[in-house]
Design a protein. Structure first.
Length: 571
């Protein structure tokens, strides 16, 4: 039997086989020896572009190729462009046309063309027309340029005569006095002019950095400190007509107010400033080396003179500073003692008022009762009291409904017993003033006065008038500070606090009193509003309306009776 024919291939498979690219030929086997591979690379021919450059067929210099191309174009058609391209498309003009297109000024482009050796007059030609033979010669730099060349210009020698400044007449001078000019100046006159009006430029004044820099003079005080001292001295030295020596002597005598002395002490010179001022402005005697120009330097010189004179047993700036500090403390002792006594009295009144106030105690007990009711059944319930540190959290606890009533608002719904609200009105300003004071400041000021008194008693100022009565002021200040500390300590223990901190103690109590008063005012306003609203509702009832009508009738009847009585009296 004949062999069976093969089954026909599927059309899709036949199409894919027809479109498939032919298989690449097997690459030549690489030589196993690396030396043979290197020899094969050396024997391979060079690239075609390199062959053209080596043989001279292709010029490697693009500028040379451009010049050859332009010469070929200039030779065709008697020098006209072979392809009829406009001037703006010429390779030599394209960069400068592009500069004009981006907005560079025309003079700047002309200067750039001149620097490149191209005639700037090409910009005046029609850039849209093909260049003619003359234009091509300018483009190829074969013709001399007719415009100004910006590069390589030699500087003219400056005239050695003094110039005459005038306004020259540029217009036509025909018919004027200048119509017939003179013959000029001959050589002899020119020589005389050079002798009379010649300028020696080597002796002219140099400017800028060539001038010798002026060396700043050394000063005894730094610039910023000098400016601050000048501002203060403008006021302090006014009563002495600017005489700083007189002001220093008055300060050493204690003849000026203590606040002026306190301002003067920081302005005194340090040891370095004192030594520099003495070196710059004074010798061992009063002979002046330099005159001080600034108020700070004048003050330093006055201190130098005072120390050199040895007056008031002052031998150094430290002695002057110590004397003025002691005098300032002694002169301020009466005012300082009075201030300590006033602050101590404020603390004592606030502490005693808070400790003995029944209204304040009732406010705290109301908050405690409300808090225990809220904490019933918890470990915080049945509390005997709470600290002032937790007073803010207790008073600010609010309800869970939309009204957001705080615990303090709830406790303030009822009026205080007796004259409690009036009691809080008197206590509130005392607490407000006491919360701004500190016991440490009173003790510090009292200690300062005591130390000042001890130093003055041991110094040469013991017999000074400022030292008289200083011991009494120190004793009064110390006693007032001690009394205030005792009163505040008792008040702190009364409210369950350990340390006598005025800001914490009186601040918490003042906040409680102020917020309780605000809550009471709000409650009173709500009560008045409800009473007014109830009265309005009552006036709208039928009984109230009938009563008002009866009142009006009785009023009209009474008026009629009066009118009849008047008429009867007239008859």
């Amino acid at each position: 039997a004949a062999a069976a024919a093969p089954p026909p291939a599927a059309p899709l498979e036949a199409m894919l086989r027809a479109r498939a690219p032919p298989k690449p030929a097997a690459p030549a086997p690489k030589p196993a020896n690396p030396i043979e591979a290197m020899l094969q690379r050396k024997q391979a021919p060079p690239p075609a572009k390199l062959q053209r450059i080596v043989s001279g067929e292709a010029a490697p210099d693009p500028k040379a190729a451009l010049n050859n191309l332009m010469k070929a174009r200039a030779a065709t058609d008697g020098g006209a462009a072979a392809d009829g391209a406009p001037l703006r498309d010429h390779p030599a003009m394209k960069p400068f046309v592009k500069l004009l297109r981006v907005g560079l000024p025309r003079p700047a482009v002309a200067r750039k063309m001149a620097e490149e050796g191209l005639d700037a007059s090409l910009l005046d030609k029609d850039l849209d027309a093909p260049p003619d033979a003359a234009t091509l010669r300018l483009l190829n730099k074969e013709a001399p340029s007719t415009t100004r060349q910006w590069g390589g210009r030699e500087a003219k020698k400056r005239a050695s005569l003094k110039p005459v400044h005038w306004e020259a007449i540029e217009n036509n001078t025909e018919g004027t006095v200048w119509a017939h000019s003179g013959d000029g100046v001959d050589d002899d006159d020119k020589a005389e002019l050079h002798r009379l009006f010649g300028v020696d430029h080597s002796k002219t004044r140099k400017h800028g950095s060539l001038q010798p820099k002026h060396k700043a003079e050394e000063e005894a005080c730094e610039a910023k400190r000098s400016a601050n001292i000048a501002i203060s001295l403008a006021t302090l030295a006014k009563p002495f007509d600017g005489d700083l020596s007189a002001m220093l002597r008055a300060a050493c005598e204690g003849a000026i107010a203590h606040d002026i002395v306190e301002q003067l002490v920081p302005m005194l010179p340090s040891d370095d400033e004192f030594a520099k001022a003495r070196r710059l402005y004074r010798k061992s005697g009063p002979e002046t080396l330099r005159i001080p120009q600034k108020p700070a330097e004048s003050l330093f010189v006055a201190v130098v003179d005072l120390v050199q004179d040895g007056e008031f047993q002052i031998t150094s700036p430290n002695d002057l500073r110590s004397r003025l500090q002691l005098l300032g403390d002694a002169l301020s002792a009466p005012d300082a003692s009075k201030k300590i006594a006033e602050d101590a009295q404020t603390l004592i009144e606030a502490a005693d008022g808070a400790r003995t106030s029944k209204a304040l105690a009732e406010c705290l007990r109301r908050l405690l009762d409300v808090g225990n009711a809220l904490n019933a059944g918890t470990r915080r319930g049945d509390a005997k009291g709470f600290t002032l540190a937790s007073l803010e959290r207790v008073a600010a606890t609010k309800s869970t409904d939309a009204s957001a009533v705080s615990v303090l608002d709830f406790a303030a719904r009822k009026a205080l017993t007796g004259d409690g609200e009036h009691d809080l009105e008197k206590l509130e300003p005392l607490l407000r003033a006491a919360r701004k004071l500190e016991l440490r400041e009173l003790e510090k000021e009292s200690t300062r006065l005591a130390r000042c008194s001890a130093k003055i008693s041991e110094s040469a100022l013991a017999s000074h008038a400022a030292a008289s009565g200083l011991a009494e002021h120190v004793a009064a200040a110390s006693q007032a500070s001690s009394d205030a500390s005792s009163a505040v300590l008792q008040c702190s223990k009364f409210f369950g606090e350990e340390s006598p901190d005025c800001a914490h103690l009186f601040g918490a109590l003042h906040d409680l009193v102020a917020r309780f008063q605000a809550a009471r005012l709000k409650v009173k306003a709500d009560e008045e509003r409800r009473a007014k609203q109830a009265l309005e509702e009552k006036r709208k009832t039928p009984e109230a309306k009938r009563e008002r009508r009866r009142e009006r009738r009785r009023g009209r009847a009474a008026v009629d009776d009066v009118l009849r009585a008047v008429d009867a009296g007239k008859k």
